[in-house]
Design a protein around this ligand. Structure first.
Ligand code: AMP
Length: 430
């Protein structure tokens, strides 16, 4: 299957060629023709499947101004809105819109919290056809009268499951109420939970469904290994693995912001350059950290799940789960950072006795056991008992939930950076 046979405009094919993509990914093969037909769509696909191009390419084609168009070029009403759960994802999606839309004269901008609102207001007032936004800040702009959706044609809900997890449902409902009923709606989600299905049945019109089966996801390209180790020896093992195997560009996941900071400091002490990114870092700090990591100036990026959402780092070779995530689906999201669209990657998990329940849940989700490899000198001491897992909610200033036991959490349980409530001031659009 070629991109040409999907019926895309020459301008888009040119941009795709420049990216070096040879063939459309399975989600692109399925989604592009349906979107071009004007259908509403429910896409079940994770990061790493090429889903962004899957909706961006046909969206750009539908919005591309016709030579005969009578609309004044001076007017740039909002014609497409892409909602994402995090600012990082908003930035990545906008980058994709710019990349693929390089030869199509449409304006685009990002709207997210945590940064000065004024440049965003200016961009909106100047006129943009495509807005990529997180829900909270978008509503702030709405309140300030900066938005007019009367000409909106396409709405995309990207990573809808994550938006619901983050408590954005009411914001999403408010935003949907502002949009014309006659529009095309595309919803992408890694999982189709009952909540997602409910959202879809309310806001999508007889949607087509496209699903990428697990065999097609990045997860299959990733070599996944578990290194059993004692809780207190994880840091030493991580440094050992990085140094002895000369690993470069390692994305390391921790469960908590505090844990990310501490680990990053310790790695630095071991002579391994690293930076931490998490929800407490300012937007410029996060952008800088990501840039330094991408260009190889720092060897290790330590991240929490939320901070890492939507990071688009091509050919990222190694992901390390320093701590397993509380929710098994997050494991898939994490390892989706590596082994992307064709390139192989490696995901290492340092697992201590506290996390055996979490590991079982992950293996259940993957429908296969993961390879266990005890590194010489780091074999776990079987006499060490399991302890409750710290989720970062205790004593961290925001502490609310109880300490989590060694048994796994269910997906409805609170997590490290979760539970932002849309009605809480300052909690939006982060
Ligand atoms: P996404 O799932 O949208 O986050 O995309 C994952 C990665 O795959 C991004 O780095 C894209 O640049 C890349 N990608 C998207 N489509 C293709 C394709 N057809 N061939 C190769 N790489 C692609």
């Amino acid at each position: 299957m070629s991109f040409e046979s999907l019926g895309l405009l020459p301008e888009l094919l040119r941009a795709v060629r420049e990216q070096g993509y040879e063939h459309p990914t399975p989600i692109q093969v399925q989604a592009i023709p349906l979107v071009l037909e004007g259908r509403d769509l429910m896409g079940r696909a994770q990061t790493g499947t090429g889903k962004t191009a899957g909706f961006t390419l046909p969206m750009l084609q539908l919005l591309a101004p016709h030579a005969s168009s009578s609309a004044s070029p001076a007017r740039h009403p909002i014609r497409a809105l892409i909602l994402t759960p995090t600012r990082e994802l908003a930035m990545q999606v906008e980058e994709s819109v710019r990349t693929y839309g390089k030869y199509i004269p449409l304006r685009t901008t990002t709207i997210f919290g945590g940064v000065n609102i004024n440049p965003q207001t200016k961009a909106l007032r100047a006129g943009v056809e495509i807005v990529v936004a997180t829900p909270g800040r978008l509503l702030d702009h709405q309140q300030q009268g900066n938005l007019n959706f009367s000409q909106l044609e396409i709405l995309v809900l990207d990573e809808a499951d994550r938006m619901l997890d983050m408590g954005f449902i009411r914001d999403i409902q408010k935003i949907l109420a502002l949009l014309p009923a006659k529009r095309q709606t595309l919803l992408f989600s890694a999982t189709f939970t009952d909540e997602i299905k409910q959202l879809a049945s309310k806001f999508l019109r007889t949607p087509a469904t496209v699903q990428i089966t697990p065999q097609n996801t990045a997860a299959e390209l990733v070599r996944q290994v578990v290194h059993p180790v004692d809780r207190e020896r994880k840091r030493a093992l991580l440094s050992h693995l990085i140094t002895s195997r000369k690993l470069q560009q390692v994305l390391v996941f921790t469960r908590t912001k505090h844990g990310a900071n501490r680990l990053s400091e310790q790695l630095d002490k071991d002579g391994i350059s690293s930076l931490a990114i998490h929800g407490n870092k300012s937007q410029p700090q996060r952008i800088k950290a990501l840039e330094d990591f991408k260009k190889g100036a720092v060897r290790v990026l330590v991240a929490t799940d939320i901070a890492a959402r939507g990071l688009d780092i091509d050919t990222l070779p190694h992901v390390v789960n320093y701590e397993l995530p509380q929710v098994p689906e997050d494991y898939i999201h994490r390892i989706g950072r590596t082994g992307r669209a064709g390139s192989e990657g490696e995901a290492l998990s340092l697992v201590c006795v506290d996390e055996h329940g979490l590991l079982k849940d992950i293996e259940k989700l993957l429908r296969k056991p993961l390879t266990k490899d005890v590194i010489q000198g780091y074999a776990p001491d079987p006499s060490i008992p399991a302890e409750p897992i710290q989720t970062g909610r205790q004593g961290g200033g925001r502490g609310r939930g109880p300490a989590r036991g060694p048994r796994p959490a269910s997906s409805s349980a609170p997590r490290g950076e979760r539970g932002r409530h849309p009605s809480r001031p300052g909690a939006r659009g982060k």
